[in-house]
Design a protein around this ligand. Sequence first.
Ligand code: M6R
Length: 617
Amino acid sequence: MCGIIGFTGYLDASEVLISGLSALEYRGYDSAGIACFEDGQIAVRKSVGKVAMLADKVSGTLHSFCGIGHTRWATHGGVSEVNAHPHSCGRVTLIHNGIIENYHELAGELAATGRIPVSQTDSEIAAMLIDSLYEGNPRDAIAKAASRLEGAYAFCILFSDIPETIYCIRKGSPLVACHTEDGSLVASDMVALLRYSKDYFVLPEDQIAVLSRHGIEVTELDGTVVTPVMLHVTWDMSAAQKNGFKHYMLKEIHEQPESLRRTITPRTMRCVYRHDDGSCAEYYLPDFTADKIPDSVFQDVNRVVIAACGTAMHAGLMGRILFERLLRIPVTVSIASEFRYENPILDETTLVITVSQSGETADTLAALRLSRERGAKTLSIVNVKGSSIARESDYVLYTHAGPEIAVASTKAYTAQLAAFYLIAFRFALARGAIKAEVCASMTEQLLSTIHSVDDTLLLKNQLKDISRHLVTASNLFFIGRSLDYALSCEGSIKLKEITYIHSEAYAAGELKHGTLSLITEGIPVIALATQSDVLSKMISNVKEVRARGAMVILITKKEAVVEESLYDYRVDLPDTPDLYAPFTAAVVLQLLAYYTSSYRGLDVDQPRNLAKSVTVE
Ligand code: M6R
């Protein structure tokens, strides 16, 4: 939600800012802008639309070594140049990611000092507030402003009388920074800094970073100097580039075997079993020693609550089924944006699992904070190292999916599934709910699933052909039972967000309780039938939609016997035991959504109105 970058040093600032904004564009792409020191003055350039439009406007017009840049996802005020960042007031120019909740009240107070905003944004009010408090000491002004601001923010601020220097503060919204021999950089996300450094730090909340070309000083609000904790990224630039694929989404779909391998294998411990005759057999068990997650986390709880948003929440739906099947303890899944308003029942015997690719989703973070306040144990499944959710959880299981740039989550989702499978297996083992040999066999099957996911990618031509028949649809349905229903929810969001085709996911048995009235001649129904225990029931549901004229795309397994008259297209998944079919079926649904969006000529990676990381409530 909004991308932020700041640079001061020895390179051409506008180039650094534009290339950084291009890398951050997935966070928001309504409009973009930069502000740079040029000959002692602050020059501002803004443009509605994508960063490329701003780049054209800026090209060759700015000569600067220090500046800040922003790519916007509109919250307060429509998409217009005047609402685009940076915003200036008096000696202050800033960029902002977040939402200032009390901006209306502050605007009233500031109007009394003659400061009248020109935009409709809350961010301009923040610039006005800092300017009103500025008496020559930026830190004081920022600290005083922070005590007045309610909501979430990450600011990069220029003071016109302090050239070549950037001031930063954050609360609730992310900011990472690094210093290199080229200068100092700050950004909302590491992908923008990767060209310059793999070492960085996360600016802690309520601390101020001052960037100069010589270094970065971090202080508490009272001026006490603190030493930031350095982190290191293990992936490089190519992980955040398209590498020959037409879109990031397609590249990320193809990266799933690797991302699963990286997520699963470090969490499997090789064990050797010696038979009575002296021969040995080796087997693998899930193991979280390196993640510092002791078995006691699983042994001392009697309930699990999963909280997340969007796709991450759909991974949680799958987690719930696994946990309940293997552990026989109650599990609930909450939409994180509802969690704190539901007054959840939590105590020290509850394990709350929050799931997030970015680790910065505001609602998931709020759910985590409330869970801690109420004494629950917290474990997070997170992709971005050092993110807020990771740092604030008692325990973290990182997915190692690498950077996910496309707004539609793909490899992060299957990595989250893998994390849930590993946790469920270890959880069950730690509580004695399953025997070691059962756990070993399930772990082995999970490892083999990586190859099945690879094989699923070979279905892409068939899926491309099927997608042609979805291009003109205006509504469609996903149906499934048990694990397939949880996956239907994910298939539906994937399709909706990038194709703009309305779709709904239905538990197949629920159709006749209302939705069947929407099934008319030619309506596409994507029927997931990968679970043999409910196959016959699923076939009955397919008959129900078929009888009403639906165009059926059946996703199933080779061995499933289904009359040909019941479907228009049939996709047979590579061979996997039922429990692991969600991995391969997920890839099928991702590819169907991808090709349909692509055939419709849409912006696959940056669908309208959305942003990758939702850091506002
Ligand atoms: O970063 P997070 O995993 O917390 O993000 C949660 C959702 O915003 C995200 O999964 C969203 O639903 C995806 N765009 C769906 O593809």
